[in-house]
Design a protein. Structure first.
Length: 210
């Protein structure tokens, strides 16, 4: 199980007929955090006329706001850009487009293009990460074997999340749930059947999207 999110916070500004559109992207974990970003930017850019927003949270929360622009001309096109980015969309992200009016009305079509383009520019700056659900396994090894086994596991694509050194070396490994059988077979091979992993929980981990 995996999905895309933004790799970093980002900003991008475009100008259309002297109106300025500043898109701010922030990674967020929940709806309260997304709304806090909107309010923070509203205070920071108090002189702007509109602070339109859209956010998506994994797995299925979506919200958008036109903030005084004609209905459907700001928040909805911003949300569509988030949905369509990189083919599968990005989640755990809020986009806020702050607009300073330039004196010329843009019309509905012009607004839709401007708000969407501002978000596209910011997404290009932000890049993407893939968030994947992994199951954590602990593997206890003696010190003599730990270095070799860790190196071999990494070489075969197993994520070694950390290592704790005590009387034994405990490796914390992360694998997608569907690869647990492969992990068990690798550990049996590399330790000649002398060690087995034990499940320690689950977590989401980030990796650069290919």
């Amino acid at each position: 199980m995996s999905y895309l999110t933004v790799a970093r916070d980002a900003e991008a500004e475009i100008e259309v007929k002297r109106s300025r559109f500043l898109c701010t992207l922030r990674r967020v974990d929940d709806e309260a955090a997304a709304r806090a970003v909107v309010e923070s930017l509203r205070r920071q850019h108090w002189d702007a006329r509109h602070h339109c927003s859209a956010f998506r949270l994994h797995p299925d929360v979506e919200r958008s706001s036109d903030d005084g622009e004609p209905a459907g001309t700001a928040g909805a096109p911003m949300l569509e850009v988030l949905r369509g980015h990189s083919g599968s969309g990005v989640s755990d992200v809020v986009a806020v487009v702050t607009r300073w009016f330039g004196g010329t009305l843009l019309g509905a079509g012009g607004l839709v293009r401007a708000y969407g383009d501002a978000v596209r520019e910011a997404l290009a700056e932000a890049g993407t990460l893939r968030r994947s659900l992994v199951r954590e396994h602990l593997l206890d090894l003696d010190h003599a074997a730990a270095g070799r086994v860790e190196s071999d596991l990494r070489a075969r694509g197993i994520a070694v999340l950390d290592a704790q050194h005590g009387a034994l070396v405990t490796l914390r490994l992360g694998v997608p749930p569907e690869q647990e059988g492969r992990l068990a077979a690798l550990v049996a091979e590399l330790t000649s059947g002398a060690a087995e992993t034990r499940v320690a929980g689950e977590r989401w981990v980030d990796s650069l999207d290919a």
